[in-house]
Design a binder for this molecule. Structure first.
Ligand SMILES: N[C@@H](CCC[C@H](N)C(=O)O)C(=O)O
Length: 268
C-alpha cells in the first residue's frame, strides 16, 4: 500500500504527517509504532494524522512513539497549520486550536490551562501550584493540563538533572493515572527560561511545544515572571504568552523537511 507522507519538525521534535483526507489510511498502534521506530529508517517522535473535521479546518490525531493516541501536540500543531496554508483551526482530543502564520513564525492559541488536581489528572487531591511530592532532587512541581498533562519542576541547572533516569520514573508514577509529560526548567533571565522535557510515550525530545506552554504558564503562575516568556530548549526557542483567564499562546517555527511516497504494507 503506497502512502504519501510529510516529514516535518518543530525545533527538532519530529513527525511523520499523513493527510488522510486525500488517501485511505487504516490507523493501528502497530503502524504508529513502526513509522515512529527510527530503526525502520523513517522514525519520528509522533505520528500525525490529518482527517476531515465537522467543526474545524481539519482534525489532527496524535500518536506517540509507543503507539498511544494523545490529546495535544504543540510543535505538530504549528506544522499542520503550516501545511493547511498558514491559517487554520485544528480539532484535537485536547480542544480546538487556532493557528496563524505571522512572518516566518506560526502562532497557536492552545486551550485555557487547567489546574484542578482531577483535570491534570492526579490520582488524589493536592495543591497543583506546589505539589507536595518529589523524586530525588526534583521536588514541589507545578501540575497543569494544556490539553495534555504536564508536571513542571524548577531547578538551578537543567543540564545537571539525570532526566533520562528520573523522567520514566515520574512519567509512570501511580500519582498520574494518564501518565505525565515531565518538564524541568531553570530561570536564566527576566522572562527567560531554559528547559528540557521527558515526554509521555516518547522519552527525551529536543523540544516539546505543550511542555513549553505548561512551563511558561507554571512560571507565571508561580509569580517568577510575566508573559511573554522566552523558552530555550535543546532544539531551539519558543515564545509563550499567557495571563489568567486566557488560552496559552505559543509562537515558533514549523519545518517541512520533505514529502515522500512509500510502500508501507510491511508495517501493517
Ligand atoms: N511533542 C509534543 C507533545 C506530544 C504528546 C505528549 N508526548 C503527550 O503524550 O502528551 C508537543 O510538542 O507538545
Amino acid at each position: 500500500m503506497a502512502l504519501r507522507f510529510h516529514k516535518m519538525h518543530g525545533l527538532g521534535n519530529d513527525f511523520v504527517v499523513i493527510d488522510a483526507r486525500e488517501q485511505a489510511v487504516t490507523m493501528t498502534d502497530g503502524l504508529a509504532r513502526a513509522l515512529s521506530d527510527r530503526k525502520t529508517g523513517i522514525g519520528c517522535d509522533q505520528l500525525i494524522l490529518i482527517e476531515p473535521s465537522a467543526v474545524a479546518t481539519a482534525k489532527m490525531r496524535i500518536f506517540n512513539a509507543d503507539g498511544g493516541e494523545v490529546e495535544s501536540c504543540g510543535n505538530a500543531t504549528r506544522c499542520v497549520v503550516s501545511l493547511l496554508g498558514g491559517e487554520a483551526t485544528v480539532e484535537t482530543l485536547g480542544g480546538l486550536l487556532d493557528g496563524r502564520t505571522i512572518g516566518g513564525t506560526v502562532s497557536v492559541d492552545l486551550i485555557e490551562p487547567r489546574f484542578d488536581w482531577d483535570a491534570i489528572p492526579l490520582a488524589y487531591a493536592m495543591d497543583t501550584a506546589r505539589m507536595p511530592v518529589g523524586w530525588d532532587e526534583l521536588t514541589d512541581p507545578v501540575g497543569v493540563n494544556v490539553g495534555n498533562p504536564h508536571v513542571v519542576f524548577f531547578v538551578d541547572d537543567v543540564d545537571a538533572v539525570p532526566l533520562d533516569i528520573l523522567g520514566p520514573q515520574i512519567e509512570t508514577d501511580p500519582l498520574f493515572p494518564a501518565r505525565i509529560n515531565v518538564n524541568i526548567a531553570q530561570v536564566v533571565g527576566p522572562n527567560h527560561l531554559k528547559m528540557r522535557t521527558f515526554e509521555r510515550g516518547v522519552g527525551l525530545t529536543r523540544a516539546c511545544g505543550t511542555g513549553a506552554c505548561a512551563t511558561g504558564v507554571a512560571a507565571i503562575r508561580r509569580g517568577l515572571m510575566k508573559g511573554p516568556v522566552t523558552i530555550d530548549m535543546p532544539g531551539g526557542t519558543l515564545v509563550i504568552d499567557w495571563a489568567p483567564g486566557r488560552p496559552v499562546n505559543m509562537a515558533g517555527p514549523a519545518t517541512h523537511v520533505f514529502t515522500a511516497e512509500a510502500d508501507i504494507s510491511a508495517f501493517q
